[in-house]
Structures are given as structure tokens and as C-alpha cells.
Design a protein around this ligand. Structure first.
Ligand code: ADP
Length: 482
């Protein structure tokens, strides 16, 4: 199959979270299975340009809001990775969060399709990922419908339904979208333009990144206002668990670690723990108390508020913790003030630091991930493979990958309610497990020997791409949720 894969971030070149990791691995797992895969992504500031090669001549796209000059660049490796260069739109400090995001990502989607058409690549499948690529799904079904590209199967993958790309209705005109699409059955979401809906409504097949999240987003509690539409499209919606890029995340080969280790040779892990504690300038936990690790975007989603209540009690008993993340200022500030209260026990690093992320996975005794919702979650899978026993809220992909001590195949600790009390209970159980060395080692080993390779996930995508798609019936015109 010829597959065109569109994403607003692709690791290791650009990444704010799991979307970047997936986009840097799934396409290459598909090409290893023999498919002809092209990945297209914006050329953000910070992507190293020295080795990029210009592909063909520049292109200009005209939108009602203005003209955009574009160039296409090819990266030398690992596969056919193409960067769309539009300095006016993408040469910026951040990837998202600008007033002209609708124009930036609509232009990205349209440019990707236009360059693909120009180069004569005729995909069998176009896979879009999250709201920044929603307009590509719409365009394939409208403006490109009668071109070779219009025959491609449209697959839209939800990595996080909470980020929807909502814009003022007047952007319809700026982008040149016909007003007859601005309905609850189209791209309208409570009087705003929704890029996420453009993907959900106009794709043939929908996927998301874990089986549990695929079910959850069809309920009001997790549907972020789109559960009605997702129930309507339930026959086309599939949950496929993400894999782990084991070239990047493997403790036996990890270049960021002071010493590598495996599930049967853990001496290196002890050294990683020591080095981590020393480099973060905190005290080691008192005997019998563990070192906790936390990595993640500092957003309400990740449940930091629960940690802020539950963790201090453990710190007071002599546990230590290392936290890495960046994001919402209120969450960052709350972490920093907690660290100021426990300077010897808690280290908080604000920022994006891939090396430290690897070293936290390799050195912590437990990895804490009390997310209120979690589409898949990659960090808990890295934790399993690195022997940092995960403590998670049993939701979304966390539920699909971490199994509580009460299960025969236990690899971590799972709590059911997103409350500080339930998290505290889980932390107490973690300490009990930690004090039973044999039991802790057994749980740790089970996680370290799990198989999360992308090959299995890629095979599932491949099967799905080949399935006849249930064509969506005409959307209903009820309410704002479509
Ligand atoms: P999400 O996609 O919701 O951010 P995931 O767990 O799926 O969460 O993926 C998070 C990815 O981003 C992991 O690879 C994690 O190591 C990385 N990450 C998150 N925050 C940071 C940070 N501050 N520094 C380095 N890596 C980070």
C-alpha cells in the first residue's frame, strides 16, 4: 500500500508529547512491513536544517486570508520524511497556541495534499493525526474528491480528544470553506469551527490509541462534547494500542544512561538510581522508602493536583521524588512551591529534557501517572520496560497496559477513582510492595519483559487499512454535538 501520513510533530525532529513519538515510529514500522510510506510535517523552528534536501520547485497556495509560499524538504533518514517549509507560519518558538493556528494548520494540510499531487504520489491511504490534520480529511472529500488523491482511504487517528482545534466561525471565510459545511453534522461545534470534527466527520475510518479510550470517548464523561458523534461513528472507530520505539527506549542500549541494564542484570539500574539522585541534588530515600518519578506535560489532565495532596505524606516519611515537566503555569507553580517545602526530598525540573526523562525512567523505583484521562500514555510503557513500576489511575491506555497487584500478571499498581485518597492508598501499597523485595522484583521483571514493539500495532493498522470501510451515514442534524 502507498500510505501518506500527516502529522504536526514527528520525533526526533519535533515533539511535544506522545503524538510526536507515534509519528516518529508507526510510519517506519509500516514501511518495514513493505509499504510505501510518506510522512509530511511542518518545518518547525528547531528542526536541524543542514542535512535537508530541497524537493522540486516552490509552490504558492492562495487562501482568502492571503498567499502562502511553500517549499518541500526531504530528511535523509529514516524513511521518506518530508518537511513543509512556510517560514511565515512555522518558523516560531512553539508549535501550537497562536491566534492564526487555523490558517497555519489548514495551510499545512492543503500544502501536504498539493505537494503529494504535484509529485505524482497516489496514496491508497491518507492517515491524519489529531486536529491539525482535520482539514486534510475534509479537503480529500471535497476539493480533491475527483482527483487521484480523492480515491484514497481516509483514516483519522485521535491521539487526544481534549485538543480540538476550535476557532471563530469567521475563519470559515478566511480559509475558503463553504458555509454549508458549518452545521452540527459538519464542522460546527457550538458555533465555532472545529478541526477535530472535520477529521471525525470526513474520514472513512477513525482510530484511537487504545481499546479502552475508544470505548470511553463514546461516553459523556470522556467524549469532550463529541461523544454523540463518536457513538454515531462507532462502527468505524477502532482502538489500537501504541507501541514503543525500542530503538529509543531500551535500557540495554540507552545512550542517555550512565550504565545500561536488562531485566536479568540490574546492577546498572542501581547505578542509574544513584546518579539520578545525585544529579537532582536531593537526599536518597530513607531505607525502606522508594524514589518516585513523574514525567509529563503539566496539564490538568495529568492529575498533578492529586499528587500535590498525596505525595507530601510520603515525602514526610522519607520517600523522595523527581518531577520533570512543562506546561500550564499554575501547575508548574504548584510543583515549584511544593519543591520549596521539601528541598531535600523533592526535585522539580520545569522544561523539556529528553535525557533526564530517560534517566528518571531508569532510576526511579516507581513511576507515578495519576492521569484523569489518558488516551494511551507512553510514559507508563517506558516505565514498565525500564523497571520503574508504574502507579496509575485505571483509565484509557493506562488500564490496557498496567495490571494491578491483585492480578496474576501484575506489573504495577492501579487505583480506580481519580481522588487524592485513592492515589494515597496506591502509594501506601507501593511502599508495602517495595519492602517485599522478592515481590517487587517479580512485578518489576514482568514489566521489563513485556513486548510493546510497534510491529504488532503496525500489523493491526495494516489490517484496518485493507478493510472495507462502513461508509458513514449522513450525519444527523441534531444539537451542537452533531
Ligand atoms: P502525552 O502525549 O499526553 O504528552 P504520553 O505519555 O503519551 O503523554 O507521551 C509523553 C511523551 O513525552 C513521553 O515520551 C515523555 O517522555 C515525553 N515528555 C513529556 N514531558 C517531557 C519533558 N518535560 N521532558 C522530556 N520528555 C517529556
Amino acid at each position: 500500500m502507498r500510505i501518506l501520513f500527516l502529522s504536526s510533530e514527528v520525533a526526533p525532529f519535533s515533539k511535544t508529547g506522545g503524538l510526536g513519538d507515534v509519528s516518529g515510529a508507526l510510519p517506519w514500522a509500516l514501511s518495514e512491513r513493505g509499504h510505501d510510506v510518506r510522512v509530511m510535517t511542518p518545518l518547525h523552528r528547531g528542526v536541524p536544517r543542514a542535512t535537508l534536501q530541497l524537493v522540486g520547485s516552490p509552490l504558492t497556495l492562495e487562501f482568502p486570508f492571503g498567499k502562502i509560499d511553500l517549499r518541500l524538504f526531504r530528511a535523509p533518514a529514516p524513511g521518506e520524511l518530508l518537511f513543509i517549509d512556510a517560514p511565515a507560519l512555522f518558523d516560531r518558538d512553539e508549535y501550537y497556541g497562536y491566534p492564526d493556528d487555523a490558517r497555519r494548520f489548514a495551510a499545512f494540510s492543503m500544502a501536504a495534499l498539493a505537494f503529494t499531487q504535484r509529485d505524482g504520489f497516489v496514496p491508497d491511504v491518507v492517515q491524519g493525526n489529531d486536529w491539525p490534520t482535520g482539514i486534510a480529511m475534509l479537503a480529500l472529500r471535497t476539493g480533491f474528491a475527483h482527483t487521484p488523491l480523492g480515491r484514497a482511504r481516509r483514516v483519522f487517528t485521535i491521539h487526544n480528544l481534549a485538543y480540538q482545534g476550535l476557532f471563530p466561525a469567521k475563519e470559515m471565510e478566511a480559509l475558503g470553506l463553504p458555509w454549508d459545511l458549518f452545521t452540527p453534522g459538519g464542522v460546527e461545534f457550538y458555533e465555532q469551527l472545529s478541526f477535530m470534527k472535520a477529521g471525525l466527520v470526513f474520514a472513512d475510518l477513525l482510530t484511537t490509541v487504545s481499546p479502552t479510550y475508544a470505548r470511553e470517548i463514546q461516553t459523556p464523561a470522556f467524549g469532550a462534547g463529541l461523544d454523540g458523534l463518536l457513538r454515531h461513528r462507532a462502527d468505524s472507530l477502532h482502538g489500537i494500542l501504541n507501541g514503543v520505539d525500542v530503538k529509543e527506549w531500551n535500557p540495554a542500549t540507552d545512550v542517555f544512561l550512565p550504565r545500561q541494564f536488562t531485566s536479568t542484570e540490574l546492577a546498572g539500574r542501581t547505578l542509574c538510581r544513584k546518579e539520578l539522585i545525585a544529579s537532582c541534588r536531593i537526599d536518597a530515600p530513607v531505607p525502606g522508602m522508594p524514589l518516585f518519578g513523574v514525567i509529563g506535560r503539566m496539564a490538568a489532565q495529568k492529575g498533578a493536583d492529586l499528587l500535590h495532596v498525596a505525595l507530601p505524606k510520603l515525602l514526610e516519611q522519607g520517600a523522595s521524588a523527581i518531577v520533570l515537566g512543562a506546561g500550564e503555569p499554575a501547575v508548574q507553580d504548584a510543583w515549584l512551591s511544593l519543591a520549596a517545602k521539601y528541598p531535600r526530598r523533592l526535585s522539580v525540573r520545569i522544561g523539556f529534557d529528553n535525557s533526564l526523562a530517560h534517566r528518571i525512567e531508569a532510576g526511579s523505583d516507581f513511576f507515578l501517572m495519576p492521569s484523569r484521562f489518558e488516551p494511551c500514555g507512553l510514559s507508563q510503557m517506558y516505565s514498565l520496560l525500564y523497571g520503574a513500576v508504574p502507579v496509575v489511575h485505571g483509565v484509557g491506555g493506562l488500564k490496557d497496559t498496567v495490571f494491578d497487584l491483585t492480578h496474576a500478571n501484575a506489573n504495577g499498581i492501579v487505583f480506580e477513582q481519580p481522588t487524592a485518597e485513592a492515589l494515597f492508598g496506591a502509594l501506601v501499597r507501593a511502599v508495602e510492595l517495595f519492602r517485599d523485595e522478592a515481590a517487587y522484583a517479580a512485578v518489576q521483571r514482568r514489566g521489563m519483559t513485556a513486548d510493546f514493539s510497534w510491529a504488532a500495532a503496525a500489523a493491526e493498522y495494516e489490517r484496518l487499512f485493507g478493510l472495507p470501510s462502513p461508509r458513514p451515514s449522513p450525519p444527523r442534524g441534531e444539537g451542537g454535538t452533531g
